[in-house]
Design a protein around this ligand. Structure first.
Ligand SMILES: [Fe+2]
Ligand SMILES: [Fe+2]
Length: 139
């Protein structure tokens, strides 16, 4: 099932500042695909978005590993799916129109990723906050 698409909003904030900043940045990068563009600019944007997405997934996984999060494997599996979808888009991008690329980005970020934050990311938030409270790190 294709999740409904949405733009970034406070509804998907986790309350973990570094995670929220990365999530928000990914929606900003996704928004750059809308409207006019040329092939070179779009390919650059795609590479930038893909790099940033991979940085976020890596940072998030490291954060969860550091607290021995019980749902780590299941979470990483979701990230693997996302990486595979991004990689497929990167591989196919040269054969797609700019509108098709914009549509695929919207499906990935405003659809899949938005839904992932609301459901799968939301599940780890209490565990991370509890750990930060215990160690006195504010966040
Ligand atoms: Fe995640
Ligand atoms: Fe995330």
């Amino acid at each position: 099932m294709q999740p409904a698409k949405a733009d970034w909003s406070p509804a998907i904030e986790t309350g973990l500042p570094e995670i929220d900043a990365q999530h928000r940045r990914l929606f900003e990068l996704a928004a750059t695909f809308r409207g006019e563009g040329d092939q070179i600019r779009v390919m650059k944007s795609l590479a930038m978005l893909s790099d940033y997405a991979n940085t976020h997934l890596r940072d998030e996984e490291a954060m969860l590993r550091a607290i021995d999060y019980p749902g780590l494997d299941a979470h990483c599996e979701q990230h693997r799916l996302f990486r595979a979808m991004l990689k497929a888009l990167l591989d196919e991008a040269r054969t797609l129109s700019l509108d098709q690329i914009a549509g695929r980005i919207a499906d990935l970020i405003n659809g899949w990723f938005y839904h992932h934050i609301l459901t799968v990311d939301a599940e780890y938030v209490p565990a991370v906050k509890a750990q930060r409270g215990a160690t006195g790190i504010v966040g």
